[in-house]
Design a binder for this molecule. Structure first.
Ligand SMILES: Nc1nc2c(ncn2[C@@H]2O[C@H](COP(=O)(O)OP(=O)(O)OP(=O)(O)O)[C@@H](O)[C@H]2O)c(=O)[nH]1
Ligand SMILES: *[C@@H]1O[C@H](CO)[C@@H](O)[C@H](O)[C@H]1NC(C)=O
Ligand SMILES: *[C@@H]1O[C@H](CO)[C@@H](O)[C@H](O)[C@H]1NC(C)=O
Ligand SMILES: *[C@@H]1O[C@H](CO)[C@@H](O)[C@H](O)[C@H]1NC(C)=O
Length: 431
């Protein structure tokens, strides 16, 4: 039986060709078994994916939760995190641009990530594993009965799948699914786990499994696991390790200097590449001589939310902030659709925005452009964002890491008619 064959190959440290799949293009015929170090040979792989509608910035948060799980697993065994390729995100709508199977190195600095936990790209996993097979997939879900009265309890149990599974068996009894656009990937087994609690709740279950048969484990719908210690040292270690890719930082820096008269030296922003050595006194950084704004629109205005301003309201606030802080330049990051953006430009003609050429967009993709926007916002003397946008939250964190004064960071626009306009919470870095 085919499934058995795969198990044998994996047991044999991916050494030989795999008969029933040998005709298929994915098969790595030159198995690099002799190149694989002992450590690699015995380590186990943690893969994960997130509910498809979730955006880029929530996914960054799920990475932090998975990293904390990985740290727990590594206390008992050798594990490595396989980074889920980016793609098919709802908000990444630029036409004619290929936006699937994007490796993490397009957006983040892998060397920096690796200083926190061992990580590898999915394609490297395929090569090291000897093929695109995932031994065990757990689809995480809540409990059918919900959270009953009584004290909060952390638990995990194997349960029937509540939703129709997103994986279907092919004629070889392999499970096929989205797998980040890697159609050739197969799961050997899929089952559902009801979970309630933080990421660590699932660790005993993964450690109990026999490694030889469950070397690679994927947690799908990983957002169902919560943070172990939101805002604690471990949270911040992982967050700080999520340094943007060097080429995107370089584009952002060039833009700052060219259009906003902003350089690290003049802005008193530390020039440290290594996040493990970057520790700044809050308020010691000054930031560039501009106001930065994150105006989240699209679905935030379709819902007519009362905590989101009209464009007129936003521009009024922008003008007043520029005056108060003596800033004559304003950088705007926004997802506004063209028509609304033109209206904004009419109301605020002096605004500066990062507008990629088609070539640049193709190169950096929507995710890279969003990162450049976040980078420029993170370096401003004063920042104001949009209520409960994770995009704005990630900018807060970046500014906190850079050591800007919290007063210049935790600000948000208020809805035109909003009465109690509560401002964002200050989360201090724990080193
Ligand atoms: N370039 C750019 N893109 C933006 C901006 N605001 C939103 N976006 C895009 O819209 C997406 C939605 O925002 P995210 O924060 O990532 O999505 P989310 O996790 O659903 O979070 P919310 O903002 O809370 O909805 C982002 O990933 C970007 O692709 C912006 O200011 N600049
Ligand atoms: C699939 O995984 C479930 C849950 O771990 C397990 O009960 C079941 O025996 C597995 N099936 C196979 C064929 O390995
Ligand atoms: C993985 O481990 C579980 C639990 O120990 C087991 O039921 C399952 O059969 C294993 N999966 C494979 C593919 O062997
Ligand atoms: C740029 O900033 C420097 C101070 O860092 C200032 O001396 C200079 O006048 C500024 N240039 C412009 C064009 O605003």
């Amino acid at each position: 039986m085919a499934a058995l064959g795969v198990v044998c190959v994996l047991l044999g440290a991916a050494a030989g060709p795999f008969a029933s799949a040998s005709s298929e293009e994915f098969w790595v015929s030159q198995s690099p078994a002799h190149l694989v170090s002992d450590r690699a040979r015995f380590r186990r792989y943690l893969l994960y994916d997130v509910n498809p509608p979730e955006g880029f910035n929530l996914r960054r948060d799920v990475y932090i939760r998975m990293a904390s799980l990985l740290k727990i697993l590594m206390k008992s065994e050798e594990w490595v995190m396989v980074l889920p390729p980016w793609g098919r995100l709802y908000h990444w709508q630029s036409p004619d641009i290929h936006q699937v199977r994007i490796p993490w190195s397009d957006f983040f600095d892998l060397e920096s990530l690796n200083k926190n936990i061992p990580v590898m790209e999915y394609e490297d996993f395929i090569a090291e594993n000897g093929g695109p097979f995932i031994d065990q997939i757990y689809v995480l879900q809540s409990y059918a009965e919900g959270w009953k009265e009584g004290p909060w309890e952390e638990k995990v149990d194997e349960r029937p799948c509540l939703d129709p599974p997103l994986y279907s068996q092919d004629k070889h009894e392999y499970y096929r699914g989205w797998f980040w656009g890697y159609e050739e990937t197969r799961g050997l087994n899929v089952s559902c786990l009801s979970v309630q609690g933080s990421a660590s709740v699932i660790a005993p279950m993964l450690l109990k499994n026999t490694p030889a048969r469950n070397r690679s484990v994927m947690l799908d719908r990983a957002e169902n696991l919560l943070h172990d210690h939101y805002g604690g040292k471990e949270y911040w270690d992982t967050r700080r390790s999520m340094v943007f890719a060097r080429h995107l930082r370089a584009v952002g820096d060039e833009f700052r200097s060219k259009y906003l008269n902003s350089t690290n030296e003049a802005d008193r922003i530390p020039d440290e590449e290594d996040w493990t050595k970057l520790k700044v006194e809050l308020g010691s950084s000054l930031g560039g001589p501009y106001l930065a704004v994150h105006l989240r629109r699209k679905d935030f205005i379709w819902g007519h939310r009362e905590d989101v301003p009209s464009l007129e309201g936003a521009v009024k606030k922008i003008r007043s902030l520029m005056k108060t802080h003596g800033l004559d330049k304003v950088f705007v990051a926004t997802d506004a659709v063209r028509k609304e953006y033109e209206e904004l430009k009419r109301l605020l003609p002096e605004m500066v925005r990062f507008e990629p050429t088609w070539e640049e967009l193709e190169l950096y993709k929507d995710g890279g452009v969003a990162i450049i926007d976040q980078w420029v916002c993170a370096h401003a003397r004063f920042f104001i964002g949009t209520s409960v946008s994770t995009f704005s939250f990630r900018i807060h964190e970046e500014r906190e890491i850079l050591g800007l004064d919290p007063k210049t960071t935790y600000n948000r626009f208020c809805g035109d008619l909003e009465r109690a306009c509560e401002q964002p919470t200050h989360w201090k870095v724990v080193y």
